[in-house]
Ligand binder design. Structure first.
Ligand code: GLP
Length: 244
C-alpha cells in the first residue's frame, strides 16, 4: 500500500494495532505484539501514545516482544533499543513492565544460547505474535536477520553486516562504536506472526524495497521471505515505492 506521507500511513497502522488490542481485550486474552526500533516506526508509536492519552487506549492486556538488541549493550546506554522503546512508547502508556520483553544485551555469552531459546518459547507459550511491526535495513534485514539468515531461523545472536554498521554509525558517533553483534528474533519467529506490517519510508529504501517485493526469494535478501507470508502488507511512502 502506497501513501503520500509516512504520517498518514502511520496513523492507519497504529489504528490497526489499536483495533487488535481492543479485540483481544474484549476476548479477555493477551495481545502479543512484535515491535521494531529504528526511525520507521516512530510515528506509529507517537500515534499509539496519542490514542492512549486522548482516547483511553488501554495497554494492560498487551505483551510486547522486541525484535532485537545490540550485543553487548547495556540497558542504560542511550543507544540501546531498551532506551529507544521506553522513550518512544513504554514510558507513555499503561503497559505493565512485566509484559515488556526486549532481548537483554547484557546476558553472558555462556547463557546466550539458552536465553534465545527461552525468548522464543515465551512467544510460543503466549500463542505466538498477533501482530509484527517491521522496518527494513538496506541489506534487506528484518530485525537484524542479515543476508544468509535461514527462513526457519529462531531467536539467536548474529554478526552485523558492514552496511548495517555504517547506517548505525551516526547515532553511535562513529562506526568504531557500533557493536559488531546483536540478538535478533529469527525469520521463522517473524513469519509465525499472524499479521505482519513492514514500513518503508524515503528514497534510501527504494532499492531494497524493489528487491524485497519483486526480487527472487533468497537468503541474500532475507526480507524476500515475507513474499510467502499470507498476511503481510508493505506500507510505503511514494519515495520508498519509486522503483517498483
Ligand atoms: C535497524 C533495526 C531494524 C530496522 C532497521 C531500519 O537495523 N534493527 O529493525 O528495521 O534498523 O531502521 P530505520 O527504520 O531507522 O531505517
Amino acid at each position: 500500500v502506497i501513501f503520500h506521507s509516512s504520517q498518514e500511513a502511520s496513523v492507519l497502522v497504529a489504528q490497526e494495532i489499536a483495533n487488535i488490542i481492543q479485540r483481544k481485550e474484549e476476548l479477555n486474552e493477551p495481545c502479543v505484539l512484535g515491535l521494531a526500533t529504528g526511525s520507521s516506526p516512530i510515528k506509529v508509536y507517537e500515534e499509539l501514545v496519542r490514542m492512549h492519552k486522548e482516547d483511553g487506549l488501554n495497554f494492560t492486556n498487551v505483551v510486547t516482544f522486541n525484535l532485537d538488541e545490540y550485543y553487548p549493550m547495556d540497558k542504560d546506554n542511550i543507544q540501546s533499543y531498551y532506551q529507544f522503546m521506553h522513550e518512544h512508547l513504554f514510558n507513555h502508556v499503561n503497559i505493565l513492565p512485566e509484559n515488556i520483553n526486549i532481548p537483554d544485551g547484557k546476558v553472558s555469552s555462556e547463557d546466550l544460547h539458552q536465553y534465545c531459546i527461552d525468548y522464543e518459547m515465551k512467544i510460543k507459550y503466549l500463542g505466538g505474535l498477533d501482530f509484527q511491526l517491521l522496518g527494513i535495513g538496506r541489506t534487506g534485514h528484518i530485525g537484524f536477520n542479515e543476508p544468509g539468515s535461514h527462513i526457519n531461523s529462531g531467536t539467536r545472536s548474529i554478526t552485523l553486516d558492514h552496511l548495517t554498521r555504517v547506517d548505525a554509525a551516526s547515532s553511535f558517533l562513529g562506526i568504531d562504536n557500533v557493536p559488531r553483534k546483536a540478538i535478533t528474533m529469527g525469520i521463522g519467529t517473524v513469519r509465525n506472526a499472524k499479521r505482519i506490517v513492514l514500513l518503508g519510508w524515503g528514497i534510501s529504501k527504494a532499492g531494497i524495497i524493489k528487491k524485497t517485493i519483486e526480487g527472487e526469494i533468497s537468503s541474500r535478501v532475507p526480507a524476500t521471505y515475507l513474499q510467502e507470508h499470507s498476511n503481510t502488507t508493505f506500507v510505503l511512502d511514494t519515495e520508498a515505492s519509486s522503483e517498483l
